[in-house]
Design a protein around this ligand. Sequence first.
Ligand SMILES: NC(=O)c1ccc[n+]([C@@H]2O[C@H](COP(=O)([O-])OP(=O)(O)OC[C@H]3O[C@@H](n4cnc5c(N)ncnc54)[C@H](OP(=O)(O)O)[C@@H]3O)[C@@H](O)[C@H]2O)c1
Length: 344
Amino acid sequence: MSKKYNVAIVGATGMVGNEFIRILEERNFPLKEIRLLASGRSKGKILQFKGKDYKVEELGKDSFENIDIALFSAGAGISKEFAPIAARSGAVVIDNSSAFRMEPDVPLVVPEVNPQAIKKHQGIIANPNCSTIQMVVVLKPIHDVANIKRIVVSTYQSTSGWGKEAVDQLWQETEEISNIKHQTSSIKVKDLKLKAKKALPYQIAFNLIPHIDIFMPNRYTKEEMKMVNETRKIMEDDSIMITATCVRVPVVRSHAESVNIETEKKLNAEEVIDILKNTKGVEVIDDPKNNRYPIPIDSEYKDASFVGRIREDESVENGINLWIVSDNLRKGAALNAIKIAELL
Ligand SMILES: NC(=O)c1ccc[n+]([C@@H]2O[C@H](COP(=O)([O-])OP(=O)(O)OC[C@H]3O[C@@H](n4cnc5c(N)ncnc54)[C@H](OP(=O)(O)O)[C@@H]3O)[C@@H](O)[C@H]2O)c1
């Protein structure tokens, strides 16, 4: 008889929390008991799991009694306070926040890339940033063959990456805008003065915001530096040069990335396509003749990291351009964490 586990979800009412529930159902995880935790605001709220009602409990110091695996997705502050408590009470924590990712004794794991790292855990395992996960799954097999020396990445990140309040902002702004009678020839979107509550620094509907997370002293954002530092840690190679620009876009779900790499060994586009077609967790959609390439709305609720627009960078010796799209809530968060739990 196979063993079954008691699992707690911290942040069960959030965007990632919802996805945890959906994926645990879909993958038939060997569950004995599920405990759904959130803030006091959600205490008593009913969520469904496999057709049964479960009451959301308020997170507290006693929430982890008899829990084997604790999936955290309630922000870094909550993780810093409660993940050590969960680990001390015997649970293995898989944390979606940035709280522990760069701690030397905390493994930062993408199961398709560095599953071996999991063995070193001391109670807490970190799940990487969403934009990093979908990129490293694609780049690792190329690195293994041709040694990537430099990565230049520009992201187009969906609003759900900033949680449920950001998604509400996008929908409300879009609704407001659609109710405004406009004259195509003279419209100035800034003058619309939308009333929707802002979770993001600026209006996101009909706009782009080159600002994700806080600004750092080096003028990069924290999100951009997460891509730099986490990629090196997961690929176990500090020599890779990486620069990132992260942009929020008015897409509900799924991040897209334009990725330019320079390799030591020359690869042509067909060789890269061949490598990626044989990579677990990656799906190649690359058919320019038929206008086929990955787009966010096609990758919603799917498990793969989709890659297309694969072509040689003709401005350097050994360069390749790629376009990578993946569901940030799924591949970039909940699915990766549950695959770590399955590895455990
Ligand atoms: N969204 C993504 O694509 C993504 C990807 C990777 C990692 N992450 C990380 O996952 C975490 C959650 O992101 P999200 O997008 O799911 O955010 P979200 O939709 O805003 O949900 C936040 C969750 O945290 C809970 N929470 C907030 N304050 C709490 C408190 N004091 N005690 C207990 N629970 C509390 C909320 O509960 P209430 O409903 O009760 O407020 C809610 O369940 C963040 O650390 C984020 O960086 C997100």
